[in-house]
Design a protein around this ligand. Structure first.
Ligand SMILES: CC(C)(COP(=O)(O)OP(=O)(O)OC[C@H]1O[C@@H](n2cnc3c(N)ncnc32)[C@H](O)[C@@H]1OP(=O)(O)O)[C@@H](O)C(=O)NCCC(=O)NCCS
Length: 212
């Protein structure tokens, strides 16, 4: 597919929120709130506007990726500023055609050039190992002491040895969404049916699983 990857513009906001909603609807839970996350993220201090990109195909925005700043903190209190991405979304009818991969590869290259040491994300490993992400335990990056979620993945960006020590991931607070505000926001969109999907069970298993 011949797509253009370009920075998101203000005029894309609604379209990006709609495609994010379509990509995530009923995927992890009945309904979704990732479109509200995209909406509030843009005005949050942790948001990286210079890594906010859309994929355009034949004049239509069909995909998006957004990044925020996060931190790794070790037992000595040292802090490393890193990146997280998500939501990353592609309109369902354009999925599995390489669009998501292009959005990831384009922005990973930029993040590397900006000198960030790593990207840490929460996602299904099957979507990301092909882009070089590895399980967080390989880098001793945990969410709490000795707790290594299966879905927390790390991509080191620089050709330097990974620093020694036990690191705790501290993500942006923008991900702690106000559920009521998210529901209220969703009323601005055409009604979609909330239903159970097997992908929600897979997500629930993944969210509870850790690497020993
Ligand atoms: C996850 C997501 C962003 C990935 O984007 P995508 O455009 O579907 O991903 P890609 O097409 O780049 O890669 C997916 C698959 O398509 C394959 N593919 C890539 N180019 C292809 C092409 N030209 N033709 C056919 N298949 C292709 C890839 O090999 C990959 O297959 P694999 O998973 O077996 O390795 C997208 O599917 C999405 O929005 N999903 C819903 C929301 C979501 O899950 N977001 C991530 C939360 S963790």
């Amino acid at each position: 597919m011949n797509i253009i990857i370009r920075p998101e513009r203000e005029s894309d906001y609604r379209c990006v929120e709609e495609l994010t909603r379509k990509a995530f609807w009923n995927l992890h839970v009945p309904g979704c709130d990732e479109h509200y996350l995209a909406h509030v993220m843009r005005s949050h201090p942790d948001f990286c506007s210079d890594l906010d990109f859309v994929a355009e195909y034949e004049g239509r925005v069909i995909g998006n990726i957004m990044y925020t700043k996060a931190h790794l903190v070790n037992e000595k209190g040292e802090r490393r500023e890193i990146l997280t991405f998500g939501p990353v979304s592609v309109l369902p009818e354009y999925q599995r055609k390489g669009v998501g991969s292009q959005l990831i590869q384009h922005t990973v290259k930029l993040a590397k050039a900006k000198g960030f040491p790593a990207i840490v994300i929460f996602g299904n490993p099957s979507n990301y190992v092909k882009h070089g992400f590895r399980g967080c335990k390989d880098f001793r990056v945990a969410v709490a002491e000795d707790r290594y979620p299966t879905c927390m993945l790390v991509l080191p960006l620089q050709n330097q040895p990974w620093p020694d020590g036990d690191w705790i991931y501290q993500g942006s607070e923008v991900y702690n969404l106000d559920k009521n505000a998210a529901e209220e926001f969703d009323r601005n969109f055409p009604p979609f049916v909330k239903k159970h999907m097997p992908s929600q069970d897979e997500f629930a298993i993944l969210c509870r699983s850790v690497v020993l």
